[in-house]
Design a binder for this molecule. Sequence first.
Ligand SMILES: NC(=O)c1ccc[n+]([C@@H]2O[C@H](COP(=O)([O-])OP(=O)(O)OC[C@H]3O[C@@H](n4cnc5c(N)ncnc54)[C@H](O)[C@@H]3O)[C@@H](O)[C@H]2O)c1
Length: 452
Amino acid sequence: MIQKHRAVASNKLDPKADAFDSAPKEFVEMRHKLNDRTARIGVIGLGYVGLPLALAYSKAGFHVTGIDMSLGKVESLRAGKSPLATVDEGLVRAMSRAGRFEAAFSLEQAGDLDIVIICVPTPVENGEPDLSAVVRATEAIAFHLRPGTFAILESTVYPGTTEEELLPRLAASGMTADEQFFLGMSPERMNPGSDWDVTQIPKLVSGIGPYSTELMRILYETILETVVTVSSTRVAEMTKLLENSFRNVNVGLVNEMAKVAHRLGIDIWEVIAAASTKPFGYMPFQPGPGLGGHCIPVDPLYLVWKAEQHGEQMPLLVNSQSVNESMPCYVTARIDSLLGGVAGKRLLLLGVAFKKDVDDARNSPSAEVAEKLDSMGARVRYHDPHVPELMIGNRLHKSVADLETELELAECVVILTDHSDYSWPVVAQRSRLVFDCRNALGGMTSEHIYKL
Ligand SMILES: NC(=O)c1ccc[n+]([C@@H]2O[C@H](COP(=O)([O-])OP(=O)(O)OC[C@H]3O[C@@H](n4cnc5c(N)ncnc54)[C@H](O)[C@@H]3O)[C@@H](O)[C@H]2O)c1
């Protein structure tokens, strides 16, 4: 059953207003520590998800220890610097000065913690989910488990992970789950590069039993406007995969449409704008050079793998994945044909981050396009206000310094990631030939402008 709670100051943390009178003492103690903010929180994995979450709990009044195996990250945080452009350095300093945030390399170093939240990566390795970081973090928590410990998983995983991978490892302590220790799952929904603050996005919470679920609700309501409880950790895990698969499939659909529209001599962007006038039953998605990052192209594979374990196939997801994966090749082929061959041609690529307004070029289709053009003999240069350096082929490239001159010198300018910093009229005016994969130039039409 789904229950939506809006945090309201007056009844938010009222310990009397509950049906947990005969609860175990560990539950009562943890609830008390949440109410008076004395629970000590640890967050394992200080990346795009873990660091903002750790700081949100610090801001809410908790003492938080951020734990990361990266020496560079921990040292940078200890020096009051944010290792991520998306995280406010001022907040890191303020929370550290207030004595509510510190960084550590391990759980041992973090000392006594009441709550430990796992935010480590969950990549795909050889087409299969790689839960090794989650398992390592769980084993570390299991080693330090004591009565009252509250463990939480935020990483994106396939349905069943919390019950099948975390619970048995923690229960091996001999302590009773949901009575002597607590375990919950809350998938992160953040969207780096967007205006959404983590605390404004309604968050799903779930637990392995009623006490864990209730503690999840109370804990997350200390930092969030809207908390939605679901009936099991499996539901929370699968909901996250539905959300990201929905995006993957719709982007796959519109990428496929874009290829066909080009063949038919139709402007896909005009088609999307026209379809968007329908007030119901349609939601616009944009085509592009492919899907990047470590969520949308990766997470559906977790579901496909789990489905296969249970004898089910997910052909729709598999196909949308392959359409999206074909886009860097498709874009490269279009540029090659536009130029009558790219070998020896000077190209300027705009934007290599995996999406607009982020500084992350890992798993970026734009970077893949750069690689392919380089391997075809093009003289590739790039500009990205957020990515100062990028390996293309076996050479480290730097983002070009003089953008306007480079626009003029390039035989073709390729718009791959449409960061907000760019002045598109300048790009259109200065370039000799433009291939626009994002409709960044919108309604501008000219003989030297070509679109995906
Ligand atoms: N980035 C996003 O926008 C986003 C959004 C929603 C969900 N997620 C999910 O959240 C999880 C984390 O993603 P992220 O983007 O924050 O990853 P990230 O790569 O930015 O950060 C992960 C951090 O974990 C650290 N780490 C890895 N293993 C560790 C271990 N065993 N002990 C301590 N530290 C360890 C790494 O050094 C790194 O700093 C993933 O499951 C991801 O799919 C990410």
